[in-house]
Each structure stands twice: as C-alpha cells, then as structure tokens.
Design a protein around this ligand. Structure first.
Ligand SMILES: [Zn+2]
Length: 382
C-alpha cells in the first residue's frame, strides 16, 4: 500500500451510481429466453442480472483502484428528458408496459415490475455523469448503470436495452454547446441504437467495434457492417468495425491504432463517450472475442490519450454489457486503470489467457481501412 500513498491520487474518476438499478430483475430461464424447458434442475439467471453490477460496484469500492474513485449518487431521469433521443410514442409504450405489470418488448428483453424505475435511474444517472463533466466538476465520469442502453433505438427496445443512456448523454452535450461528440463503443455487440439515433448527424461520430454478429431480427435490423456509414449530413459519421471472432488484445489494439485513433483525430471532438462492455472478454457467455484485462487497460489508455489531445481531457464512460459475473468486474477495473494512465497494474489477471490469431484480424482491419479511405468523405483527403 506504500506505493499508493506515495502516488496519492491526483486524478479521480467520478462514478455515478444508484442502487435502485439493482431492482431490474430479468428473470431466470435458459440463457436469455425467460423459458423453463422443464428438463433442467438449475435455471440460470438472465445474463443481464444484478450480480454482475454488484461485483462492479464492490471492486471499485474495495479493490485497489478504490483510492482513485469518487462516488456520486445517481438520480432518475424525467420523462421529458427522454424525448431528446426517444419518440413520445415509444416512451408511452414503456410507461404503459410498466403500468400493465410488465412486457417482453423483444427477444430476451423483459420489462418486469421494477424495471422501468431502474431504467429511469440508468438514464438520469448517465445524464448526471455527463453534466458533471460538462460543468467542469471533473474530467472523467463513469456512469455505472443498468439496464444497458446502446441497443435502444429512438423508437424501439432491443438487446436488454430500454433507454439509450449514452445517446441521451450525447444529446445533452450537444444541447449544452458541444459542437462535436465522438462515441467509441467497445461492447462486443454493435451499438446500433446509438448509431441509429445519430445516423443523419455530422455532429456525432459513432464508432463501434464489435463481433460480426449481423442483424438479429426485427428489433435489430442493422447489420453492423462497414457500409452502414450514416445518411445525408451524417454520411461517414458512423464507422463500423466488425472484427472476426477470436479477436483479442493485439487485434483490438491494432484496430484502435489503425482506425479509431486517426478518425477521432480528424473529427476533433470536444467530448468523447467511451461505451464499455466487458462482453468482449475471452470468458463472456454472450461474446466470441478474446480481450483480457491487459487489452481493456490498453484501450482505456488509448482513449485517455485521445481525450487529452482533443477534448481537454473530458471523458464520459458508460456501462453496457459484460456477463461474466467475476471477470467483467476485473476488466472494468483494468479499463479504469488505463484511463488513469497508471504505470503499474494494480490488479493481476485471475484467469488464464486465450491464444489469439492476429494475422486474420490484421487483414480485416487493412480492408476496413481501405474501404473507409474510399468511402468516408471526412477521411478521404489523405
Ligand atoms: Zn453487448
């Protein structure tokens, strides 16, 4: 502990949290179906359960990073605040679903008693975290929230998400005078909801690194492929980086260096929102990627470099997926260590490393880079 005292934290991450978000109960069943097939003695919790978040809270409270963390209470969003991103018809649908005692909004996405209040807390807490940075009270805010949000589109729920927490925060930044906001989404799934919300805007650069899972039905018509570039004024301001299954620390680092850092640099955002999901880890039940704590730490470090260069250090981090109850917390810890630029890791990786074949992802990234140079107006002139 002497080392910690010697380098008394001069920089802190403000973590916005409210325990009411634990009251969203997605139920039990086979994986995320909510169904009991009748032949299993043990039904697991839905992957998006409160245990995963309880461990994220406790590792930040009692783990070695705790001296670098300041806790700020979250708050529920007002219904009127939701209309900056979502349509009134969709919000009414959610309010009615809650009043009627719950509803399955799409596959795997259950609004149960308690879910709506938790959703309002997730949205409001993320808005408070963004406002904290915008008002200059701190440089780094982390909205530790659930239910997650990045699949929620302006008019529909998707993929365990009801309200787009990050999207609402981006809109708040724009409404507060930010000219350009960049979103870097490293959840293993395509941040389709956030992309959809800003698809026709050149004020928001949405970048998503995800596994190549494609569309998954009516709630998720987007494919996440490279040619979903945005439309109209927004053409070129949605950059999808679908990475082959098995991409790990080296592949993600390469994608960040080759694709994310240069495009964010050209865009020159005034604010960056890092959308994190630990479901890109090697041990996640919902993902097929191979990031380890070291890879998450490096991504945190690279994003820190970007905000230092372009945004006067201002960064909002928003929690999304991450379904391994233990490893997600460890990967979160590592990501925040990276954001803080800590020279020595505070926490070692508790589980083994899965091997990575970097050769394939290098080829994929090369072809994505060529595609973007040929098709993205603001990247063409080089
Ligand atoms: Zn995800």
């Amino acid at each position: 502990m002497a080392a910690l005292t010697a380098t008394a934290p001069t920089e802190r991450i403000h973590v916005f949290w409210h325990e009411g978000m634990l009251n969203h109960d997605s139920g039990h069943g086979v994986f995320d179906t909510g169904m009991d097939p009748g032949f299993l003695d043990v039904l697991e919790k839905h992957p998006e359960n409160s245990d995963r978040i309880k461990n994220m809270v406790s590792i930040l409270k009692r783990g070695p990073i705790s001296p670098y963390i300041s806790w700020v209470p979250g708050r529920p969003a007002l219904l009127s605040e939701l209309l900056s991103f979502h349509s009134p018809e969709y919000i009414n649908e959610l309010v009615e679903a809650d009043r009627d005692g719950g509803k399955m909004l799409c596959t795997g996405t259950f609004l149960n008693p308690g879910s709506w209040d938790a959703s309002l807390l997730a949205a409001g807490t993320t808005l408070s975290a963004m406002k904290h940075v915008l008002d200059g009270h701190g440089k780094f805010s982390y909205a530790l929230v659930r239910p997650p949000g990045h699949h929620a589109q302006p008019t529909q729920a998707d993929g365990y998400c009801f309200l787009n927490n990050a999207g609402l925060a981006v809109q708040l930044a724009l409404n507060s005078g930010c000219a350009r906001v960049a979103v870097v989404d490293i959840d293993v799934h395509y941040g389709n909801g956030t992309a959809e919300g800003f698809y026709r805007s050149d004020k928001v650069l949405t970048i998503s690194l995800h596994m190549n899972h494609g569309s998954w039905g009516p709630s998720h018509p987007q494919t996440g492929s490279v040619d979903e570039l945005g439309e109209g004024e927004g053409l070129g301001y949605n950059l999808n980086i679908p990475l082959p299954n098995g991409t790990g620390d080296q592949g993600y680092g390469h994608a960040m260096t080759e694709l994310v850092v240069p495009s964010v640099g050209k865009f020159e955002p005034e604010m960056i929102v890092l959308v994190i999901g630990q479901d890109s880890s090697a041990f996640d039940p919902n993902g097929r990627q191979c990031l380890t704590m070291e890879g998450y730490k490096e991504i945190g470090r690279m994003v820190r470099g970007l905000v230092d260069r372009h945004c006067r250090g201002r960064l909002l981090i928003v929690q999304e997926g991450g379904y391994h109850v233990t490893y997600s917390a460890y990967c979160l810890h590592a990501t925040l260590e990276g954001v803080l630029n800590l020279p020595v890791s505070l926490l070692s990786d508790p589980i083994a490393y899965y091997p990575e074949d970097k050769a394939f992802v290098v080829e994929v990234i090369k072809s994505i880079k060529k595609f973007q140079k040929d098709n993205v107006p603001f990247l063409i002139e080089d």
